[in-house]
Write a protein that binds this ligand. Structure first.
Ligand code: XIL
Length: 299
């Protein structure tokens, strides 16, 4: 295969990228996007602050532009994200009453998933709910006002709204099997599976340092998969993008049957949120970097 998407399809997987709606008009950007990638995650356009900046007032225009582009080019979509403590409007963060917040959270999930119903392969229902270096949930308005049950409630609501979308939990620093945070998320997924709480997939963001994936990354992928969920590498970027680090990441996914796809968190280095780290597969001019060839060959 000569593209990332075609190479991934050879084993029934996808290769995706984060997309910023404001860049779709850049032809260098959109040419690479449509040539290489078979899955699209909106980088910011489906987050709460973009979609529901004030209570009950929804704006889907930017997200729609990405969905329309993806649909026109045969790319699937990952919805990102419904419930997250970050990029959350102040009006949500200042709610102190549980009945109100529960209704606001479930309404947000319902309105957004209904708008995109039938167009989203998988949703990141809850993003980054666990604390670093801990097995416990992080502090957030959802955790502090609703308690531990908010994650389960979000997944149950999501399943009701769009039963055909895959429902994922997504987080960072859950790639190393021996980290407490990984163990915390693993315990939650195991508990959800044993009690029938609807969860289909776990997204490992995989924002790596220069060394690439931690030792044991493949073990983490296969241990989550053994709980009966799909796993995906959802936001891959690697400081300085060494070819070996990218190849090792791809190989870990390919070695796990239920690792169904890899998404890079942007196209060119100049598109990356990690300014100055050159962590992506294409340089600022859109040329393929050594990491690109390494990833393609490893697929
Ligand atoms: C980042 C975007 O790339 C930036 O443009 C934005 O300013 C901040 O968010 N974890 C996530 C992503 O789940 O949504 C984040 O994306 C990166 C970390």
């Amino acid at each position: 295969a000569t593209t990332l998407g075609a190479a991934a399809a050879g084993s029934g997987r996808y290769f995706g990228t984060a997309v910023a709606s404001g860049r779709l008009g850049d032809s260098t950007y959109s040419t690479i996007l449509d040539r290489e990638f078979t899955m699209v995650t909106p980088e910011n356009e489906m987050k709460w602050d973009a979609v529901e900046p004030s209570r009950g007032s929804f704006n889907f225009a930017a997200g729609d532009s990405i969905v329309n582009h993806a649909s026109a080019h045969g790319q699937k979509m990952r919805g990102h994200t419904l419930v997250w403590h970050s990029q959350l409007p102040n009006w949500v963060g200042s709610i102190t009453d549980a009945t109100t917040l529960r209704s606001v959270m479930n309404n947000h999930i319902t309105q957004e998933m209904t708008h995109y119903k039938g167009k989203i392969y998988a949703w990141d229902v809850v993003n980054e709910a666990f604390a670093d270096g801990s097995t416990q949930h992080r502090s957030s308005v959802f955790q502090n006002v609703l308690g531990n049950g908010f994650i389960e409630e979000a997944f149950r609501t999501a399943r009701t709204v769009d039963p055909s979308a895959k429902l994922c939990y997504n987080d960072y620093n859950i790639e190393n099997w021996s980290d407490a945070k990984t163990q915390g998320v693993y315990s939650m997924v195991k508990d959800f599976r044993s009690r029938g709480v609807p969860i289909d997939c776990v997204g490992l963001q995989s924002h790596f340092g220069a060394g690439g994936p931690p030792a044991g990354f493949q073990t983490t992928l296969s241990n989550f998969a053994a709980l009966g969920v799909d796993v995906q590498i959802t936001e891959l970027d690697i400081a300085q993008a060494s070819a070996t680090a990218y190849a090792n990441t791809v190989k870990a996914c390919l070695n796990v049957a239920r690792c169904t796809g890899i998404t890079a968190w942007g196209i060119r280095d100049s598109d990356s949120w990690r300014t100055g780290e050159n962590p992506l597969l294409f340089d600022n001019s859109g040329n393929k970097k050594p990491a690109y060839s390494a990833a393609l060959t490893a697929m």
